[in-house]
Design a protein around this ligand. Sequence first.
Ligand SMILES: C[S@@+](CC[C@H](N)C(=O)[O-])C[C@H]1O[C@@H](n2cnc3c(N)ncnc32)[C@H](O)[C@@H]1O
Length: 364
Amino acid sequence: MNAEVLNSKTKTVSEVYSAAAKAPQPGLCCPQSYKSEFTAHIPKDAFDHNYGCGSPLLKAGVQAGETVVDLGSGVGIDCFVAARLVGPKGKVIGVDMTDAMLEKARTFNGSVAATLGFDVVEFRKGVIEQLPLEDNSVDLVISNCVLNLSLTQETVMKEIHRVLRPGGRLVISDIVVDREIDEKDRANEQLWAECYTGAIPVDKLVKTYESLGFLGLTQLDESTWEKVAGYNFGSITLRAYKLPSSRVSGCVYGGHVAIYLGPYVSVKDEEDHNFVRFTPTEVCDATSARLRMHPYADQFLVLDLPALAKATPLSACGCAPGVVCPPAAEAAPAAAPAAATSCCDTSSSAAKTSCCDTATACCG
Ligand SMILES: C[S@@+](CC[C@H](N)C(=O)[O-])C[C@H]1O[C@@H](n2cnc3c(N)ncnc32)[C@H](O)[C@@H]1O
């Protein structure tokens, strides 16, 4: 996208939301209401300027003391809900590029702080493509109906990855569409600013998350919105994590075994590990660290067995960056559980090789 189009669309978005900060625009985006138990401390006027499309915070598992950042914070409704959840030891930062939105949000801040009895919310001017935040400084990034307005969503996702601390998560509600929007419709700046033609199909959105290294993707919510210009629009809330990955850090076998606890017979992760229920599987350091963190920790038992540590990966199909084991279905006969266990037995190199030839699960 050339700079002229970029500037013109960004200007239109800012103008639309500047007007929407000054006078309520009830038809803009697809606002949904938070349960009143979470919003009683927020001035009623703020809800006249609610332009979100979900409730990302309610399923984000916010903990007291966390640092939460809201991208495209508008008049601050999600920031004020977050303030209540993080409590006096937490921190909430709303980032928005539109002066009128920031001004409006700041008018509500004093009253929210007085009602809560603590002041943890700050609104910063900035674009979400270049976040005014330190690296690795944030526990949770949320956003409510804003990503579709960005002309460079990949850049925004890279920025989110940069500012999240390892183990941190993003929970984003955004508009999605049932098929790719045609170029001519994408050129309609007004429809873009109203949250329609910047929307992308869910599968493309998921691929963007995955290609930028986010792991543990989970859909938390969805709803339909409306049909415009022949497209069906809806909203979706996704959660994803910044976690250790052997594709980034390389594959070092420091002596760890992971046991998948169920309930499924087997599960496959984003790095092509296939974990069979109750079957010990040797894993590399990065995978071991990841499986001890959310959202996997409840489903795996990870044991440290220093005697298994070795200097080189188990086999050519190990988890060196960019190298993935062949899917189990492509490999000749599936390994029986006993063979899978013997794969983790370092005393026999023959057992290791044959196991790793036939079962992805053994390739750590
Ligand atoms: C649809 S409104 C959503 C506001 C708020 N999240 C809510 O739920 O009410 C979009 C907001 O994102 C801001 N915005 C849009 N594009 C942005 C960008 N590239 N950088 C920073 N803010 C942006 C707009 O100024 C506006 O306040």
